[in-house]
Design a protein around this ligand. Structure first.
Ligand SMILES: Nc1ncnc2c1ncn2[C@@H]1O[C@H](COP(=O)(O)OP(=O)(O)OP(=O)(O)O)[C@@H](O)[C@H]1O
Ligand SMILES: O=C(O)C1=C[C@@H](O)[C@@H](O)[C@H](O)C1
Ligand SMILES: [Mg+2]
Length: 171
């Protein structure tokens, strides 16, 4: 008999690694709701992430981001796409691992650049050209890896299929 596939699955990783895309695909396979915390922040703020950054700075954004993570009414079983920086602030990574399983969708900097061709909705990188973005990613990934690496599972995200992702979280 198939094991019951229950609980909250958090997808984490750098901007562009495919959290939003893979969260939708996994939720479809599991027939459960998908939650994109960036979208929930936009709803809570009543403005885009870019506009919220402009009005409140990154520090203000991180406070709202933490509140949204902690206070969202998660269904018993769901897939959650997190913001790229979310695991790296406050107690967010501990909170995630206490409330569900986490998957770090790992990707090389050059692969991330190729996935980040649309930048206008990503305030941290919206004005960068490709070489500047590559440098930025290399530096930021170095700072963020210690947080991302606390995930329950770490997967190479380039060419990752939704089936493989499902088999990882529900072996
Ligand atoms: N398997 C794939 N092959 C090619 N392109 C892909 C694939 N998966 C996602 N993409 C594209 O890569 C980009 C980044 O994906 P996505 O928005 O899901 O990343 P993200 O991790 O949610 O980023 P962010 O942290 O900025 O929200 C999107 O333009 C998406 O369409
Ligand atoms: O990597 C980051 O710090 C961010 C990623 C996005 O998902 C958004 O949460 C926001 O643009 C910040
Ligand atoms: Mg996303």
């Amino acid at each position: 008999m198939e094991q019951q596939k229950k609980g909250i699955i958090f997808l984490i990783g750098f901007m562009g690694c495919g959290k939003s895309t893979k969260a939708k695909q996994l939720a479809q396979r599991l027939s459960c709701p998908v939650i994109d915390l960036d979208d929930e922040i936009v709803k809570a703020a009543g403005q885009s992430i870019t506009d919220y950054f402009a009005a409140h700075g990154e520090a203000g954004f991180r406070i709202l981001e933490r509140e949204t993570l902690h206070e969202f009414a998660y269904p018993e079983t769901c897939v959650v796409a997190t913001g790229g920086g979310l695991p790296c602030f406050f107690d967010n990574m501990d909170w995630i691992n206490l409330h569900g399983k986490s998957v770090y969708l790992k990707m090389e900097p050059a692969q991330l650049v190729s996935r980040l061709q649309k930048r206008e909705k990503r305030p941290l990188i919206k004005d960068m050209d490709d070489p500047t973005l590559l440098q930025f990613i290399e530096q930021k990934l170095g700072e963020r890896e210690p947080f991302y690496s606390q995930a329950t599972y770490i997967l190479n995200a380039f060419d990752l299929s939704a089936e493989e992702l499902e088999k990882t979280v529900f072996p």
